[in-house]
Write a protein that binds this ligand. Structure first.
Ligand SMILES: [Zn+2]
Length: 175
């Protein structure tokens, strides 16, 4: 049985446990940008953040893309989020390819070249890459300066959450 079919069967069978937070307006306190890697599926539990308190935005490689900004506009300007946490991680698949290699890989797999996506956000240094995402969001004109943006790298072998927020981001904040 496919996992989708199994999920449908479970949904039909299992009694629903509703809760107040599921039926009222969301009121997240934090937005977390992280990787779609399934190994991070328990990140909220690891950091003891309640599901109701977090807008979790995920994509491959924790990239602050245009679509991430689109989501953040709702987190910040509709729901009142005032903290953004960017969490990269050790052993990310985006370290395995360069942009060029990945395009070549897709070309080989599919036999065609495509116009989009234009960029895959591959990288070789997770610390530098995470810092770059902080700076990209920090400079966005629609993210108010009183919204805190901090960058971290989660080490999946030791559980260490290392802060890598660049000085520059704080300088911009103070300015
Ligand atoms: Zn990843």
């Amino acid at each position: 049985m496919s996992l989708i079919d199994r999920a449908i069967a479970v949904n039909r069978k299992r009694p629903w446990q509703s809760a107040a937070w599921l039926t009222s307006k969301p009121s997240p306190k934090i937005a977390i940008l992280t990787c779609m890697d399934p190994r991070l599926n328990e990140l909220l539990q690891w950091l003891d953040i309640k599901p109701a308190d977090a807008d979790v935005i995920r994509n491959v490689g924790t990239a602050a893309t245009e679509d991430v900004v689109r989501s953040l506009m709702f987190s910040i300007h509709v729901l009142g989020v005032r903290e953004i946490m960017i969490v990269g991680h050790s052993g990310c698949g985006m370290e395995l390819f360069s942009e060029e290699d990945f395009e070549k890989h897709l070309h080989k797999e599919t036999g065609v070249c495509a116009v989009a996506p234009d960029k895959f956000h591959c990288y070789s240094d997770v610390n530098g890459q995470t810092q770059k995402q902080v700076l990209k969001l920090r400079s966005h004109p629609w993210i108010p300066s009183n919204v805190v943006i901090r960058g971290f790298v989660f080490d999946l072998s030791t559980g260490e959450l290392k802060e890598v927020t660049p000085e520059e981001a704080n300088n911009q904040l103070a300015a």
